[in-house]
Design a protein around this ligand. Structure first.
Ligand code: FES
Length: 155
């Protein structure tokens, strides 16, 4: 977090570093050829009894590994300091939305965690990357994400 300015008050409690490191270890276990698939993350989350968002946060801290991309649109979520402002609820919501869209045969997206998206004073920060370009959502919330995804994927 390198931007200058007055930090805003934390609104959420993020995972502690030990928990993130544990999740990063789980991600390393399920990675193949330097990549991790969404279905492997979701399966491991069920095995561990934790929200998939926590495993995505572990991946965000593991820059040597990347998501296996399956869609034209990527939703990139800061899972670093933005956890203190609600990144994990946004991420949990995205996991649910993605799953529902797949079940409904609608166009879906990949969830890509990053440890920082360089707008640390405006978290949670989410980027929607599609062939049409990149849109940045600051102060993201599940409702804002829903609006943006409908506009991008269903328009
Ligand atoms: S911590 Fe830098 S954008 Fe989230």
């Amino acid at each position: 977090m390198s931007l200058l300015g007055t930090p805003k008050a934390k609104t959420h409690k993020g995972m502690d570093m030990a928990a993130i490191m544990r999740m990063a270890g789980e991600i390393e276990d399920i990675a193949e050829d330097g990549q991790v698939s969404a279905s492997d993350i979701e399966d491991r989350a069920i095995d561990l009894g934790v929200p998939a968002a926590k495993l995505y946060a572990g991946l965000g801290l593991t820059p040597a590994l990347s998501m296996r991309l399956e869609h034209a649109t990527q939703v990139v979520v800061c899972t670093g300091g933005c956890q203190n402002y609600g990144a994990l609820p946004c991420l949990n919501h995205l996991v649910d939305v993605r799953q529902a869209r797949l079940e409904d045969d609608k166009s879906a997206f990949d969830i890509v965690p990053r440890n920082c998206l360089d707008r640390c004073l405006q978290g949670p920060v989410v980027e929607l990357r599609s062939p049409a370009g990149t849109a940045v959502i600051t102060d993201a919330s599940p409702d804002l994400l829903d609006e943006a995804l409908v506009e991008l994927l269903d328009a």
